[in-house]
Design a protein around this ligand. Structure first.
Ligand SMILES: [Zn+2]
Length: 315
């Protein structure tokens, strides 16, 4: 079964990580190849000729004379942390199924928790921006869910106070095997909100199954088919085969978040969800996650801390 090939795949061992990304020079070479696969390109004029200002490790464009650094204009420029620590952070973020708290990350990197927190959220922002415009296709199980407050995973009330609502949608094969997941914060569970979510996140070809919460009828605005399967309530509802994967994904995301974080603030919920979503959607190739995240990171501009705090995307 597919799940076993995920659980037992090799991933990237710590030894392999050291071999590939163990020194600052190795990380610089990886960033260089990822940012400029066809060789240096001046961010101002696009020129390819350059000379190196070796004392300051800058590249000087031979055409316009502009000096630029390897990480200028990328997410890695947003702290003074060396690249090899960024790569370690990406390693921990992508290879651990449960995610990693900033306290633990700080300990492993030997940086202050505050620095670890910023790195983690910037990388989660990269993950979020990477996936935000992708759409699910085919059969989709959808459900409403809540996170946050003092403890997550407690009362599963619809509209429980202090909790952040989000939509969980799982694309499956026609046979019901999970393909991809989307976890998107929403302002509420009104029909027009779900309509907006569906237009952004679901291809019109989708055949959506829900338990009949009224708002989910909004998916038809995006051209999707909608099938209601009544589940009743309580534990029996969670066992309904039609919702097996959305329930499994929700169980996993809540276990991961409860297990890793004491509490999470509402404004950060989208990035915690994005982190989980990113890992889940790339679970078949753990080893490739690091180069892929690097590729996205060098194409994501550095974000000031104040903007990071405001950058939540409402689905
Ligand atoms: Zn230039």
């Amino acid at each position: 079964m597919a799940r076993n090939s995920v659980q037992f795949q090799k991933g990237l061992s710590e030894a392999e990580f050291e071999e590939l990304y163990g020194t600052e020079e190795k990380c610089r070479a990886v960033v260089m190849n990822s940012r400029w696969p066809n060789g240096f390109e001046c961010p101002v004029c696009g020129g390819h000729e350059y000379s190196e200002v070796t004392t300051r490790r800058l590249f000087q464009c031979s055409a316009c004379r502009r000096q630029t650094s390897l990480i200028a204009g990328t997410i890695f420029a947003s702290t003074h942390v060396p690249l090899r620590l960024w790569f370690r952070a990406m390693y921990h973020l992508t290879q651990s199924k449960q995610g990693i708290s900033s306290i633990e990350l700080g300990r492993r990197l030997g940086v202050r928790q505050n620095t670890a927190w910023k790195m983690k959220h910037k990388l989660a922002q990269v993950m979020m921006e990477r996936d935000v415009s992708k759409q699910l296709t085919g059969r989709v199980e959808i459900d409403d869910a809540y996170l946050g407050g003092e403890r997550t995973g407690g009362k599963r009330g619809r509209g429980a106070p202090g909790k952040t609502p989000f939509v969980a949608a799982v694309e499956t094969t026609p046979e019901g095997k999970p393909v991809r997941v989307q976890l998107r914060r929403v302002a509420n569970f009104c029909k027009h909100t779900i309509s907006g979510f569906a237009k952004r996140s679901l291809d019109p070809s989708c055949e959506v199954v829900s338990d009949g919460l009224n708002c989910f009828g909004g998916v038809t605005d995006a051209g999707c088919k909608h099938e209601v399967i009544k589940t009743g309530s309580g534990p029996a509802a969670a066992r309904t085969p039609a919702f097996k994967w959305v329930n499994t994904a929700l169980g996993n995301v809540k276990a991961a978040i409860v297990g890793t974080y004491r509490s999470i603030h509402e404004k950060h919920v989208p990035r915690y969800l994005a982190e989980f979503e990113y890992r889940f959607n790339r679970r078949y190739d753990l080893g490739a996650m690091l180069p892929r995240l690097t590729w996205a990171a060098v194409r994501t501009p550095p974000m000031p801390y104040r903007l990071l705090k405001l950058a939540d995307v409402y689905a």
